[in-house]
Write a protein that binds this ligand. Structure first.
Ligand code: CA
Length: 219
């Protein structure tokens, strides 16, 4: 799950990033409304955490721009302005839900799951492939019906590979999925380490290597 966080308060943003990465989300952080809009126009996100009071273009404008383009990406508003008119304006502009600061991190993740579940509609958002079942909403994985415990990074690698069985993803493509923009340099063998762990937990045949090119799950 790739999340865009648009928030100008550094402390709040860093707290959210740390907590959400531990939950297995990939987070891209933008500090103002214009770069938030630019990111939303350029990339696909599964969910947006959007502050309303932002430098440049404010959160409502970011949201209106998104919906004007018929982009239905779920948006959860984070706002210190807890007056009713702001909440109503946010929901009217197409937000899926809102959270009033100061908030509890558990509340944020619970609301995110709920919004994602709703966005997925009645359909089961889980990916099932050759005995592996991955649920992006609950962040759980099963192999032949038995739960498998994965780290957040292992989960992100497996999710990327399972989204397109048979397609080869290079190490650089997998690193992109693991780390948001502007994050620190990835250790050069990190992807290999996660692939090794995934094979150990899911079976050595679960992920194949195409030497010199990348990794794939057999179609
Ligand atoms: Ca703010």
């Amino acid at each position: 799950m790739r999340v865009l966080l648009v928030e100008d308060d550094q402390m709040i943003a860093q707290g959210l990033q740390t907590a959400l990465r531990q939950e297995g989300y990939t987070i891209d952080w933008m500090r103002d409304g214009n770069s938030g809009t630019a990111a939303l126009r350029a990339e696909h996100f599964d969910l947006v955490l959007l502050d309303l009071g932002l430098p440049g273009r404010d959160g409502l404008e970011v949201l209106r721009d998104l919906r004007r383009r018929n982009d239905a990406t779920p948006v959860l508003i984070l706002t210190a302005r807890d007056e009713l008119p702001d909440r109503v304006a946010g929901l009217d502009a197409g937000a899926d839900d809102y959270i009033v600061k100061p908030f509890d991190l558990d509340e944020v993740t619970a609301r995110m799951r709920s919004v994602l579940r709703r966005a997925a509609g009645r359909g089961d958002p889980a990916i099932q492939h050759r005995g592996i079942r991955l649920d992006p909403v609950t962040h759980s994985v099963e192999r032949d019906g038995a739960p498998v415990l994965l780290s957040a990074h292992e989960f992100a690698v497996l999710e990327a590979l399972l989204q397109r069985p048979g397609a080869v993803l290079s190490r650089a493509q997998l690193e992109d999925r693991l780390y948001g923009w502007g994050e620190q340099q990835v250790e050069s063998n990190a992807v290999e380490v996660y692939i090794h762990a995934l094979r150990r937990k899911l079976g050595s045949d679960a992920i194949r290597t195409l030497r010199g090119v990348g990794y794939f799950v057999p179609a």
